[in-house]
Design a protein around this ligand. Structure first.
Ligand SMILES: Cc1cc2nc3c(=O)[nH]c(=O)nc-3n(C[C@H](O)[C@H](O)[C@H](O)COP(=O)(O)O)c2cc1C
Length: 367
């Protein structure tokens, strides 16, 4: 039987185990530029089968929180190169999560203080994170404006450009399209945030159009074997909801099946919360089957509140990889701890977002 410690080939990458570090925003990139401390943090976790970086903005417009990194300027790419080199020197593999936040932003973070963009002018009932004079605070998101259809090719171009730079300039092994957690692509997908009456709203086919155009463009640019995608069918994160998620996501994965992606990454349930969401039943086995039946050969990666026993069960049930988020924050040597059955260190919630080394690079590995 397959275990977490069995190798797997993922696209062009040979992973020594099936334990993935999930993307984790930590707000430690002032001016959206990665730092040497980030290189140290990721290198400490290089024994993961695969590291997925924190969400990284593809454009200034795609920024939604203070001190999250970007991937659209030379300075950012050079700084990311230090990160990828540090991980590679430790024998690891690292892909970058490509992010456009859409409406989950604030005018203070947008170019020229303009309104954030969204499928429709509906404000998300959620908070973003600002840092003023060194002090961080959560503040409500700003009222967005609806994107004109003529602007959408520009956004697809920004994803394409970021993917190319990630691989050719910053040295990443690949990219993950962030289609989850109520950000731009998820806002287009779901009925609660998309009230458009053009080719990008209404039917499932129309709402899925932007996500599929973006993923196709990115796969064309860097090769599907270097591309993964993250989806969260029923999470309520960032005020997102859909009236028929099963049909929506089965359509999405069937369309993704032909793109030759390295992996599909599914958040099961409420991100960072319960694996079953009240009133939002979902059949994940049927989702995977829809992908396979359509010819999808990418690895199937699962996430959300997994422990070792649940992970073992997921592999037995047909998943290929398990992504761990919070456990990787406080356990840089998570792979070794799972292998040896050691206790896991607990997480300090006060140092999750912003700050320096404390609660970031000072969690020790076991001796
Ligand atoms: C501090 C923190 C930051 C996160 N940042 C991201 C992110 O940048 N991108 C993303 O897709 N998910 C993000 N998530 C969600 C995690 O990737 C993961 O889905 C969630 O923590 C559930 O997995 P776990 O139970 O293994 O922690 C974040 C979660 C936490 C706790």
């Amino acid at each position: 039987m397959t275990t977490l410690f069995d190798p797997i080939v993922l696209g062009g990458m040979a992973l020594p185990n099936r334990i993935v570090m999930a993307p984790l925003t930590r707000n430690r990139a002032p001016g959206a530029v990665p730092t040497p401390l980030m290189a140290q943090y990721y290198a400490q976790r290089a024994t993961a089968g695969l590291i997925i970086t924190e969400a990284t903005a593809i454009s200034h417009q795609g920024q939604g929180y203070a001190d999250v990194p970007g991937l659209y300027g030379t300075e950012q790419l050079d700084a990311w190169k230090e990160v990828t080199q540090a991980v590679h020197e430790r024998g690891g593999r690292i892909v970058v999560q490509l992010w456009h936040v859409g409406r989950v932003s604030h005018v203070d973070l947008q170019p020229e203080g303009k309104a954030p963009v969204a499928p429709s002018p509906l404000t998300a009932k959620t908070n973003t994170y600002l840092i003023k004079d060194g002090v961080g605070s959560f503040v409500p998101t700003s009222q967005p404006r609806a994107l004109d259809a003529q602007e959408l090719p520009g956004i697809v171009h920004d994803y394409r450009h970021a993917a190319r730079n990630a691989v050719t300039s910053a040295g990443f092994d690949g990219v993950e399209v962030h289609g989850a957690n109520g950000y731009l692509l998820d806002q287009f997908l779901k009925t609660g945030s998309n009230q458009r009456d053009d080719d990008y709203g209404g039917s499932i086919e129309n709402r899925a159009r932007l996500l599929l155009e973006v993923t196709r463009a990115v796969a064309e640019e860097v090769g599907g074997e270097r591309v993964g995608i993250r989806l969260s069918p029923v999470t309520p994160a960032n005020d997102i909801a859909d009236t028929a998620p099963q049909q929506l996501f089965e359509y999405v994965v069937r369309e993704l099946a032909g793109l030759g992606l390295a992996y599909v990454h599914i958040i099961e349930g409420a991100t960072g919360g319960p694996r079953e969401v009240d009133g939002r039943p979902f059949d994940y086995a049927a989702l995977r089957q829809a992908y396979r039946d359509a010819g999808g050969q990418g690895a199937w990666m699962v996430n959300n509140s997994y422990d070792q026993a649940l992970a073992r069960q997921a592999l037995a049930d047909g998943a290929d990889l398990v992504a761990f988020g919070r456990a990787f924050i406080s356990n840089p040597d998570l792979v070794e701890r799972l292998r040896s059955g050691s206790d896991l260190a607990t997480l300090d919630r006060d140092t999750l977002y912003g700050g320096g080394a404390k609660g970031y690079t000072d969690y020790p590995a076991l001796p």
